[in-house]
Write a protein that binds this ligand. Structure first.
Ligand code: UD1
Length: 383
């Protein structure tokens, strides 16, 4: 069997690593090998957004890089489809496997199906209901046309059933990203937070701000266009962090390229850089981010993946969104996260609630570190 799996942007890398590991394990135990080809669309291209993850997570260099780079969504998707069609015609795989919700999965699932190739979507069935999110459109399309839909939780399986997907196409396999977390916990724990701060600092390595027992620091990540592309939304969030979080504890902000660009455009970057208790860091590697998450008092984020990691690690998490495709991570479902949108009053209220919460790790069903094996089994057994 020949499988092409596709990655494009940062959140894909931690999801594909365990899948490749599962293929390698299968191949060592079987005479009939799976031939695996890894395609990187090249949506995320810099070292910090891409190469660092391949290195840390032991992902082999992509066999094919489509080199699409940045651009508008139509450009990214269009360029990916043109290049991926050529790959499919040459390699003629039995399956194309896409993971997550970035532009690559829309482009590659559509191209695969037009070439009459079987397509499997790992992390299927997530729904935010928010059609202004590019990721929601990507998910809907990939799920509608894929042959095999592997879901991270039962809520996602139910979403697919409600949309009329037949049962034989849906398989609840668990959360593949948590495989990566479990595989890397010990390695991450060995890292030193002061070193992380020193090595990745944008505004001077103020390592003295982190005390040696790592108590009391906050972590922020923001990248969604709905939070960072509009000044009237981004500025009050920045003010809250500067005026209300920084006086209480050091705040570590790992800055996504989009957000850095927007801070600069809105004339806010210098003010952020000059805050004494704010440590602005470059985008971090997987292990470094995991280490911060293991010790942070609180995380403020608009990332979907971090919501899941906070749940497993028990880190109180404020999700700066009005909705989530991952309800299982919310407090009402036993998770660690609460939706606060970008309303400062709500952010403030929930910040104080979260600050009184103790770390409470929870592992939802099948978030057990063995999802990739179940995904591969589902593909091999699919009829
Ligand atoms: C993408 C994903 C999103 C994911 C996020 C995580 C889609 C629709 N969105 O959003 O789901 O949560 O990645 O990072 O696929 N840039 C760099 N260096 C890079 C990559 C990007 O400087 O290596 C710049 C680009 O030039 C662009 C900006 O960052 O201006 C945003 O990149 P883009 O690929 O448009 O999407 P993300 O916002 O990263």
């Amino acid at each position: 069997m020949r499988i092409i799996s596709v990655v494009g942007a940062r959140p894909n890398f931690m999801k594909i690593a365990p899948f490749i590991k599962a293929i390698n394990a299968y191949n060592t135990g079987h005479d009939q090998k799976i031939e695996h080809i890894l395609v990187h669309t090249g949506q995320h291209y810099d070292d910090r957004m891409s190469r660092a993850f391949f290195k840390q997570l032991g992902i082999p260099e992509a066999d094919i890089n489509l080199g699409v780079g940045s651009g508008s969504h139509a450009e990214q998707v269009g360029h990916t489809m043109i290049a991926f069609e050529k790959v499919l015609r040459e390699k003629k795989p039995d399956w194309v496997v896409v993971v997550g919700d970035v532009n690559a999965i829309l482009a590659c699932s559509v191209t695969a199906k037009k070439e009459h190739i079987m397509c499997c979507h790992i992390e299927a069935g997530l729904r935010s209901g928010d059609m202004s999110m590019p990721e929601e459109i990507n998910r809907l399309v990939a799920d509608r046309i894929s042959d095999l839909l592997l879901t991270p939780d039962r809520i996602s399986s139910e979403n697919l059933k409600k949309e009329g997907v037949p049962d034989n196409k849906i398989k609840f396999t668990g959360n593949i990203m948590i495989d990566t977390l479990e595989n890397n916990r010990n390695k991450a724990e060995k890292l030193d937070i002061k070193e992380i701060v020193k090595d990745n600092s944008v505004n001077g390595s103020r390592t003295h701000l982190i005390n040696s027992s790592y108590t009391d620091f906050a972590v922020v990540t923001l990248h969604r266009p709905s939070n960072v592309d509009i000044k009237d939304i981004l500025e009050p969030i920045v003010r809250f962090m500067i005026d209300e979080v920084c006086p209480a504890m050091p705040l570590i902000w790992t800055i996504h390229p989009r957000t850095r660009k927007m801070l600069e455009t809105f004339g806010l970057l210098n003010e952020v850089l000059s805050q004494k208790n704010l440590l602005l860091l470059e985008p971090l590697g997987y292990l470094e981010m995991l280490k911060l998450n293991m010790h942070a008092r609180i995380i403020l984020t608009d990332s979907g993946g971090l919501q899941e990691e906070c749940t497993v690690l028990g880190t109180p998490c404020l999700t700066l969104r009005w909705n989530t495709e991952r309800p299982i991570t919310l407090r009402e479902h036993g998770g660690a996260s609460v939706l606060v949108g970008n309303n400062i009053k709500l952010i403030r209220k929930e910040y104080h609630v979260a600050m009184n919460k103790l770390r409470n790790p929870v592992s939802p069903e099948l978030w057990d570190g063995h999802t990739a094996e179940r995904c591969l089994k589902a593909i091999l057994e699919f009829k």
